[in-house]
Design a binder for this molecule. Sequence first.
Ligand SMILES: [Zn+2]
Length: 272
Amino acid sequence: MKRKAIIHISENADTLNKIMSIFENRLDEIKLYPNHFLEIKTDEEASGYEEIMSLIVKEKWRHTFHEEREYSKQEMKAAKYFHIGVAYPWEHDPMKDAEYYGTTYEYLKSKSCNCNKVQVSKLQLDVKKLGKWKNMAHIRPEYIITEYTKLLIENNELSGCEIREAIDYKGRELHPVFQLVVTNIVPPMQEVVRIEPYSHMEAHCESCSSKGFLRSELIYRKEELEKFKDFNFTFEYWDAYHIRQPIVSAKVRELFTKHKVRVFRYEPVRFI
Ligand SMILES: [Zn+2]
């Protein structure tokens, strides 16, 4: 696997010039922009990478970090589980989640964390908006599948999920849709997973150990492999929308690929 880091540093001109002079030939790409902004794009194997990262921490430079990871064909073939990204056809309007379309939820305890939220009605959504993603899509925080995908899951006895009926929010008789409920929750992730803590909300919830934005691949212990099924959710709630991340088995990847159920990213889960 190749790791490429994209780092943005916002500091005063003197600091940025100093960084430029130290690292100019030791990182793949380093660019100074007006308005006190420096952009670094580099393979993490580059000679200056470890040093710039430790300087960022030591000097407390204001920065953002993003990592892109590339996997070889062999690595993809050898992987047993994959972290997936599922299309969100409502992308242009992030407020249009399942609740917006009338799905009802109740809170078990306080409203401070999504882990206390329980769905108490059938999933409701705008079925017309599914478009080309119709075989599998996401309406936060739920997953939608068509009858085609439902049969694929049932005929292959894929584990770790339940399938429930879903309905159009206007009650229109369109093609049938279903909710894919992932029931298998895997153990908490290993500490080595890179996390950028939330700044806009409490970073830690006692029940779900929610922490922030995921900045690396998902990592588990080898001993935990047996707890994984075909469909899984992370224990933690992640990212901007504070939701569990879906993980599927190699069997699901193979079937979905063969039968054209589109998922936009399969990233191998690492076991250490
Ligand atoms: Zn929580």
